[in-house]
Design a protein around this ligand. Structure first.
Ligand code: ARG
Length: 599
């Protein structure tokens, strides 16, 4: 059923967004187009929110929050306020999501409220900064935890090994060559591909030109002769660099090891996502259980410790000792905490797939986010029943230190589950990037190739490869804290803009139907908070990274005006698109939800 007819039927109100001329202009004819099905119910909605929000943050950020706030008490307050802010933010998105029941989240609301320049800048920021940084942070956390499983907690902080860079380069080549098969002859293939409009590349061309037998020989030898050595050579080079990078001659295993694992994880996730949508969604489901188990164990241990009387670091009389008095220093503490909560707007990306959106969207948000807030606060308290603040500050993987102290021979279980948790979250983050690509493609704001799908595997391979390549590039020079700062700065700039849309739309379109109308104070609080969040870290410690992020976002304008606003398409772009299409075996298509793929 189409969104439009559903909207009309359910509200029966002529003044809804769906009847606005703008909405009609965007959805001219739906004939012959695939529409998303409504299959996500309340439970899945809550699972999606909780599953996305819990990833790496709760296993790493407590250290960063404590470092900035200076005391256990203030840390716990920050974790609580982050939860409240996320709930308020989500409440505003709830009003937007039920008023404009189209998928696409922030991008849709920004496009409907402001000029399309802002929508473009959002896409730009999201594709080049936000998504790659998210995947990089998650993979890095995975790397840190995996490393502690092999080498123990204390690693020497050695300078990065030069092999790291070679390794990354090899990884990138590996990534491309495993998906795109035909680099060398691509231009000849461009001719063949445009005469013979069939998928299947060599096989089809040989078949058409020489008949079935050569085509068959090709298929046979490709599977048995060409591919295996190609993969082995790449794997061997990869392994050689990896081995040399793991141990630095002077100081043993280095923190670079974590990055290597992170790169490997990104490559694996990309492979899974490029190969099958079904695999990608299964990874997501299986690994969501792991994160809840990890948190449950930490929580139970915490309760036992409290019952045993280990409450020194969480006793109300001393809890606020040493709190920082610098108002703006808390900005970075919020960045760390809010990273752990990020994902609260996840459901708004798939409003078109929600069953009874007017009921389930608000319910899922109002159950999911407070639940995560409670879990995070309890887990933080549990950490402090085992670790002193000083010990916490020196832990790079806090949950491992916690487990080593309390779980004895079973301590490995926590890093293992954390690895699963971050792997699942990175997988989901990479996966959803493709959905935004689709919406941006639909609105004509992105190069065509990024919204194409693999002809056989029906996966958005170009978008996936693009995001994972950027993620690897971001990972190499940066650490967890820097990446979180980049991410949060850019993210809150746009969360603020989207929340302000609630206020702007109330003034511009008071007549649009609002099945849910939040008290006006809530968007005001969120907008003020995002202004603080964007400015505070700059005022407290004007780091160049914020300037880079801001300049980068603005640089999007250089592309917007020629290519989107004036629609200029250089000729070379067409050739380039065809080249990439043949290389990656992708074709334009209407987006089909992964759930429908499984039908
Ligand atoms: N909150 C998650 C974590 O703690 C990260 C979520 C990334 N954001 C997203 N929309 N997938 O790791």
């Amino acid at each position: 059923m189409s969104t439009r007819s559903r909207g009309e039927k359910e509200d029966g109100n002529v003044n809804s967004f769906l009847d606005s001329p703008r909405a009609r202009a965007r959805n001219p004819s739906r004939e012959g187009k695939v529409n998303l099905k409504r299959q996500v119910g309340l439970f899945s909605g809550i699972a999606l929110i909780v599953g996305t929000m819990i990833g790496s943050g709760i296993f790493v950020s407590p250290v960063g929050v404590l470092r900035q706030t200076g005391s256990v008490g203030m840390s716990l307050i920050i974790w609580f306020v982050c939860g409240v802010l996320s709930t308020f933010g989500a409440a505003c998105y709830m009003e937007l999501g039920t008023m404009i029941p189209k998928s696409g989240g922030d991008l849709t609301y920004i496009n409907e409220t402001y000029s399309h320049v802002f929508g473009f800048l959002y896409t730009w920021m999201f594709m080049f900064l936000n998504r790659p940084a998210s995947v990089a942070i998650l993979a890095l956390t995975l790397g840190e935890y995996l490393m502690t499983m092999f080498y123990g907690e204390n690693l020497a902080s050695c300078p990065p090994s030069p092999y790291m860079f070679k390794l990354a380069a090899t990884g990138c080549i590996c990534e491309f060559s495993s998906v795109g098969n035909h680099i060398s002859g691509a231009l000849c293939y461009a001719e063949l591909g445009t005469i013979i409009l069939k998928s299947g590349a060599e096989y089809v061309y040989l078949y058409e030109a020489f008949g079935a037998i050569p085509a068959y020989i090709f298929a046979w030898s490709s599977t048995l002769v060409f591919k295996p050595p190609q993969i082995s050579i790449i794997a061997l080079t990869f392994g050689a660099y990896m081995a040399e990078s793991l141990i630095s001659p002077d100081c043993g295993p280095t923190s670079v090891v974590a990055k290597l694992f992170a790169v490997l994880a990104i490559l694996l996730i990309t492979f899974v996502n490029c190969t099958s949508v079904k695999w990608a969604t299964s990874v997501q489901n299986v690994f969501t259980v792991a994160k809840l188990l990890a948190l449950a164990i930490i929580f139970v241990v915490g309760v036992v410790r409290i019952c045993q009387g280990y409450t020194d670091y969480v006793s109300p009389s001393t809890i606020f000792e040493g709190s920082s008095t610098k108002v703006f220093a808390y900005g970075i503490a919020f960045y760390q905490g809010l990273w752990a909560y990020d994902g609260w707007n996840q459901l708004n990306y798939i409003t078109e797939e929600l069953i009874h959106p007017y009921r389930n969207l608000p319910l899922a948000i109002m159950i999911g986010i407070p639940m995560v807030t409670l879990i995070y606060i309890l887990v933080n308290i549990a950490y402090f029943t085992v670790l002193s603040p000083t010990e916490m500050l020196s832990a790079s993987a806090v949950a491992v230190t916690f487990a080593n102290r309390t779980l004895g021979p079973m301590a490995w279980i926590i890093p293992f589950f954390v690895c699963c948790s971050t792997f699942g979250a990175a997988n989901g983050t990479l996966f959803t990037a493709a959905r935004l690509c689709y919406v941006a493609g639909r609105e004509g704001q992105l190069v065509e190739i990024l919204s194409m799908v693999h002809v056989k595997r029906i996966t958005p391979a170009p978008a996936l490869l693009f995001t994972s390549l950027l993620s690897i590039l971001m990972l190499i020079p940066n650490d967890f804290d820097t990446l979180v700062n980049y991410f949060s700065f850019a993210a809150w700039l746009f969360y603020g803009l989207t929340t302000a849309a609630v206020l702007v739309l109330r003034w511009k379109h008071p007549d649009w139907k609002r099945p849910i109308k939040v008290p006006i104070i809530i968007p005001i609080i969120v907008v003020v908070a995002s202004v603080y969040l964007v400015l505070a870290p700059i005022i407290d410690a004007p780091e160049l990274e914020f300037l880079y992020a801001a300049l980068f976002i603005l640089a999007g304008l250089l592309f917007y005006f020629p290519f989107v606003h004036f629609g200029y398409r250089p000729r070379i772009m067409k050739h380039f698109t065809i080249f990439l299409q043949l290389l990656l075996e992708v074709a334009p298509s209407y987006y089909v939800s992964p759930e429908e793929d499984q039908d």
